[in-house]
Design a protein around this ligand. Structure first.
Ligand code: DX5
Ligand code: ZN
Length: 234
């Protein structure tokens, strides 16, 4: 049995105009985006510094479609990670992802996210092995594969990620066959109109795109081109 979840496009606001962030969030959702990807960096786990719970709370009222909240997908590139998880939950994040290297107790961190009412994501850097999934699949709602080294927008997609997507998809498929539960597979870094179909065909269903969307004047045009590409993939 194949399981193709409906594709999700999650623009990364890292490449948005920070001086007009609420408006950017609204505009990109009006342009057809599904989620808002929220990149949190601490200048420690990654060599850059971005935004935290206060900004998440500030954009929460703008992250809506037809009056309903859309998912704020918080990607935490911070270490240690546990202390600040409840703050992101209170600030309105719906899904919280973290890197296994940033947690001393991965199982405990996943439990903490769920106890705070959010969905969980585990993030894999390009060189991070997939074995961190082995004993925690039942506690994971989304696997996030980095297709660049984290820290900056606008980098090139690393081609070997395609094989890693296929390997991850096989693990998630086997888990679904055993348990009936579907886990999303998200890819982050260097995703654009040209490569999104290949990434989808490899098994991903959730696509983060920062510079590919926010560097263009017409967000709706890019997002509809991405959807047209997805429609061409198997
Ligand atoms: C990188 C971030 C990504 C990044 C994506 O550390 O996690 O979300 O902003 O940006 P693009 O799509 O420009 O590679
Ligand atoms: Zn990200």
């Amino acid at each position: 049995m194949t399981n193709k979840l409906a594709p999700i496009i999650a623009p990364s606001i890292l490449s948005a105009d920070f001086a007009r962030l609420g408006e950017e969030v609204k505009n990109v959702l009006d342009a057809g985006a599904d989620w808002i990807h929220f990149d949190v960096m601490d200048n420690h786990f990654v060599p850059n510094l971005t935004i935290g719970p206060l900004v998440c709370e500030a954009i929460r009222p703008y992250a809506k479609k037809n009056g309903s909240d859309v998912c704020i997908d918080a990607h935490l590139m911070i270490a240690p990670v546990d202390r600040i998880i409840p703050d992101f939950a209170k600030a309105g994040a719906n899904l919280i992802s973290f890197h296994p290297e940033a947690s001393t107790h991965i199982d405990r961190t996943l439990g903490l996210i769920r106890d705070n009412g959010c969905q969980t994501g585990l993030v894999f850097n390009p060189a991070t092995p997939l074995h961190f999934l082995d004993y925690v699949l039942d506690k994971i709602d989304l696997v996030l594969l980095m297709s660049v080294n984290p820290g900056f927008g606008g980098q090139q997609f690393i081609p070997s990620t395609i094989q890693k997507i296929q390997q991850t998809k096989a693990i998630l498929q086997a888990h679904q066959e055993k348990t009936g539960r579907q886990i999303r597979l998200e890819v982050d870094g260097g995703v654009n109109v040209k490569n999104i179909a290949q990434i989808y065909a490899a098994g991903a269903d959730t696509f983060v795109a920062g510079s590919a969307i926010f560097s263009q004047p017409d967000y709706a045009k890019v997002i509809s081109e991405m959807r047209a590409q997805l429609a061409t993939a198997i």
